[in-house]
Design a protein around this ligand. Structure first.
Ligand code: ADP
Ligand code: MG
Length: 332
């Protein structure tokens, strides 16, 4: 219950990348096997996320844009949510209403097995529809145009189209790493940034997906990591100390399937590599931590997912030990 209070309301969408994160997470929650993202002006004037998930009928569409309506989690009798047992990425029912308030929102969807597709629009807070629409196959297409058009003060705080596009690409890559069995594509300003085919849902598929994002050299040389301690399992791949990814983000960390940024994990990774890396180099790793929910507090703040471990020392030891072991085996 305490975790609920720390989810700041009204801060869901602060920049295009946050909107893309929420929309892609919805697609993944809907069981999508393919997610196609398109942005213009770094997402400031247009964000489109299309999926082949379960889709929505007309009633679902109306509920979807209602604040605090979620199909994913029901509050307990005391009105609080049990956040220790969340299987989906979303659960607050805030993303679509927030995007509807901040942008011109259009959702087109066809539920799996349904004959008709429906479209719902929210412009300036006013809901229009659902009305019959065209949609091939099943799934959902969400279009958000002119983010913050009604709040110039917030618009002013956005960075250049290029910087916002970079942030969108980064979050899209992180989600793609966590879901190798789903195909992902990103198009920015009409140009393809990446197109990742669906991979098998196993360690090989994960490595191929990582290779598609980090490059062939990583795929061929990265050291497999697999270790466990007290019910916490660490898996993934660690780049050789000589490997350098020419992009700002080099450490990709996931806790129970969610991309996270965490100082403890980053510190542990740097500690493990400290003896093998020059000061100005950073280790490249993709690490997946699976832990029983009661050992970790995932503060799913929409913008920056942070984690707090019940036993940080144990997690640090697990990571440092596993990485040092892998590096030693590789002759470092
Ligand atoms: P949450 O994800 O926290 O439930 P959202 O505002 O992100 O809240 O979405 C509201 C609801 O709309 C979801 O619970 C889901 O039922 C529906 N929904 C949103 N996006 C999709 C999608 N891409 N496919 C199917 N259903 C969706
Ligand atoms: Mg959601």
């Amino acid at each position: 219950p305490a975790a609920v209070n720390r989810i700041a309301a009204g801060e869901v969408i602060e920049r295009p990348a946050a909107a893309v994160k929420e929309l892609v997470e919805n697609s993944l929650d809907a069981g999508a096997r393919r997610v196609d993202i398109e942005i213009r002006d770094g997402g400031k004037t247009e964000i489109v996320v299309a999926d082949d998930g379960v889709g929505m009928g007309p009633d679902d569409l109306l509920l979807a844009v209602e604040r605090h309506a979620t199909s994913k989690l029901a509050p307990a009798a005391d009105g609080e949510y049990d956040l220790t047992n969340i299987a989906t990425m979303g659960f607050r029912g805030e993303a679509l209403p927030s995007i509807g308030a901040a942008a011109r929102l259009d959702i087109t969807s066809r539920a799996r097995g349904a004959r008709e597709a429906w479209r719902l629009s929210v412009h300036g807070g006013a809901v229009d529809g659902p009305a019959p629409a065209a949609f091939s196959g099943h799934g959902t297409r969400v279009e958000a145009r002119d983010l913050f058009y009604a709040t110039p003060a917030r618009l002013k705080f956005l960075k250049s189209a290029r910087a916002e596009a970079g942030a969108v690409a980064e979050i899209a890559r992180r989600l793609a790493m966590a879901f190798p069995a789903t195909a992902f594509s990103l198009v920015s300003e009409g140009r393809r940034v990446f197109a990742l085919p669906a991979e098998s849902d196993d360690a090989e598929g994960r490595l191929r997906r990582l290779g598609a994002i980090m490059g062939r050299e990583f795929e061929e040389n990265a050291l497999p990591i697999d270790a466990a301690r007290e019910g916490v399992r660490l898996s993934g791949f660690a780049g050789l100390p000589t490997f350098n990814r020419g992009l700002p983000d080099k450490q990709f960390l996931f806790v129970n399937g969610r991309p996270v940024r965490d100082r403890l994990i980053v510190g542990a990774v740097r500690g493990a590599y400290a003896d093998f890396l020059a000061r100005d180099r950073h280790p490249v790793v993709a690490l997946f931590l699976e832990t029983p929910p009661e050992l970790v507090d995932v503060n799913v703040h929409p913008a920056k997912t942070e984690v707090r471990f019940r036993d940080p020392g144990m997690v640090r030891g697990l990571i440092v030990g596993a990485l040092r072991h892998a590096l030693a085996e590789a002759g470092h």
